[in-house]
Design a binder for this molecule. Structure first.
Ligand code: ZN
Ligand code: ZN
Length: 133
């Protein structure tokens, strides 16, 4: 994946990219821990690499309101997310209908729209179950 970009392949980049692959929607802290398990990557390097990978489009950054930034390696398909209000669990949701952008604005105001980002808020099954008990 790194070779498909203009980025040099470095060990911190490989470690962080692998960590994002293994832990979709993880935050910087969790990615840092996973990356450090794979190699010697400093805290600052994790931040820098995540920013670089996001900039070149190998990693997507999502930030539900009230949450820290999360990262994932599933990019370019305009998928959406379900977020649990109670525990913060995040799940992927495929494009609502058809192709990117899957949502048609009621009034695009003349913009050439190429992406729609939707967050469905609610409670995950576990949290909904606990509440009903
Ligand atoms: Zn939950
Ligand atoms: Zn996702």
């Amino acid at each position: 994946m790194l070779r498909s970009t203009t980025l040099r392949v470095t060990r911190p980049r490989l470690a962080v990219l692998a960590a994002v692959h293994e832990h979709p929607h993880a935050d910087t802290e969790a990615i840092g821990q996973a990356a450090r398990a794979l190699g010697d990557v400093s805290h600052q390097a994790v931040y820098d690499v995540l920013r670089t990978l996001t900039d070149v489009g190998l990693v997507r950054r999502i930030q539900p309101s009230g949450s820290v930034a999360r990262y994932e390696a599933r990019v370019g398909d305009n998928h959406h997310h379900l977020v649990c209000r109670s525990c913060g669990a995040i799940v992927d949701v495929d494009c609502a209908v058809g192709e990117t952008p899957c949502l048609t604005a009621s009034d695009g105001a003349g913009y050439a729209i190429d992406e729609a980002e939707v967050i469905y808020w609610g409670r995950c099954p576990e949290c909904a179950f606990e509440k009903s008990e």
